[in-house]
Design a protein. Structure first.
Ligand code: UT7
Length: 357
């Protein structure tokens, strides 16, 4: 069998209608619009309405992605939902999503890895396609963090938003999809982003509830240091695996947590900020949804083109990190080989002459 790649044939994003601005938060916690913008770059976040759930948001994003892919839910071979904020502890929200989509009997599972979840799920989907097991896979990144945030804790409540993003991958022999990736984990930093009493180690009881130990708590400074340390390193590893360099990348899509973290990554990679897609001002940190939502927004605004080669890079709880080189549309083996070895100018010429389709 010839090598199989997972082409992104559909994408979709859903953000709840309700917008909460920094000015809104000024009225409820001791913070200011200026502080939030200066320290994070966030201006607003979308917050789910009471009737919305992780499953309903996931399904909205998935329906758009399937529509774009011109695929029926029943054509799917697998559904992966990257999330840490599913509707219930059990069953996994992926089965609800499968049922609501009408993807009868399609296998579905949750991949729970915080902010890096979507890239872990994308690279997992790629393995099922590379091995020839599945043809069509739906990968969703969805979070409803507003229900896990302590709205009296200014250290965390200003940072997060709700959203869902989805990709449909389809097997093809043409070189595209995930061309290289890097995943990693360092559990010694597990205390830095943690909801203490939301698992089996510390079951929720009256005391943990009163102390708010089921909410997400964060040591922001430590996460910040970790993120600025790891983003350049993991990006380089994914590029090396793809046998590409930063010159071969059209756009870098980092996890949208904090503008200052993205700026620090740009400095450490010696790149101007224009190379990075920034959407954190609109959506805040939507964890596993942040990268697919940013890509959908970038495609809609024209900041990302359909034949772009993207570098996706993320960090988050665990602590974990992940990066992937993602070729949106297929490129011929010839164009890929030329683009790999040639100067940026030649690569550009190859691309503008239509070899990328
Ligand atoms: O997806 C991964 C999830 N996590 C992250 O991405 C978080 C990464 N870390 C960060 O984004 C930043 O560390 C934060 C935005 C969370 C905090 O920014 P910082 O520049 O690291 O501030 P800090 O934690 O050093 O706090 C500086 C001061 C403190 O006051 P004192 O102790 O100096 O008097 C905080 O209490 O700012 C205070 N502060 C606030 N002030 C106004 C913390 N949150 C707020 C707030 N409004 N919302």
């Amino acid at each position: 069998m010839q090598k199989q790649y997972g082409r992104i044939i559909g994408w979709g994003a859903y953000v709840p209608e309700k917008i909460v601005t920094n000015y809104d938060l000024e009225k409820t916690v001791d913070t200011s619009h200026e502080w939030i913008v200066q320290r994070t770059g966030i201006h607003q976040r979308h917050i789910a309405a009471p009737h919305e759930t992780n499953a309903t948001m996931s399904v909205e994003a998935a329906r758009q992605a399937l529509h774009k892919a011109n695929l029926a839910a029943a054509d799917l071979d697998l559904i992966i939902v990257a999330t840490t904020t599913g509707d219930h502890l059990t069953p996994a929200v992926s089965s609800q999503v499968q049922h609501m989509l009408g993807a009868t009997d399609v296998p579905a599972f949750v991949l729970s890895n915080g902010c890096t979840g979507f890239l872990y799920a994308l690279t997992t989907a790629q393995q099922f396609i590379s091995s020839g097991v599945y043809q069509n896979i739906l990968v969703i990144g969805a979070e409803l963090l507003s229900r896990y945030v302590d709205w009296t804790d200014r250290n965390t409540c200003v940072l997060f938003g709700d959203a869902a993003g989805a990709f449909v991958l389809q097997a093809t022999e043409e070189a595209c999809g995930v061309l290289g990736f890097d995943l990693g984990s360092d559990g010694s930093g597990s205390q830095h982003i943690i909801a203490h009493a939301a698992g089996s180690a510390e079951p929720i009881n009256a005391t943990t509830f009163d102390e708010g130990r089921h909410f997400i708590r964060m040591n922001g400074r430590e996460v910040f240091k970790f993120a600025t340390r790891i983003l350049g390193t993991t990006s380089q590893r994914a590029l090396t695996q793809a046998q590409l360099s930063l010159n071969d990348i059209d756009c870098i899509v980092p996890h949208q947590a904090n503008l200052r973290i993205i700026q620090a990554a740009a400095r450490s990679m010696n790149l101007p900020m224009e190379r990075f897609l920034v959407k954190v001002h609109k959506y805040a940190n939507t964890s596993a949804a942040s990268i697919p939502v940013a890509i959908c927004d970038g495609l809609a605004s024209g900041e990302i083109k359909l034949d772009d080669r993207l570098l996706l890079v993320s960090f988050g709880s665990g602590l974990t990190w992940a990066s992937a080189v993602l070729q949106m549309a297929p490129i011929t083996e010839f164009a890929y080989a030329v683009a790999k070895t040639a100067s940026p100018e030649v690569a550009e010429l190859v691309s503008s002459n239509g070899f990328t389709h």
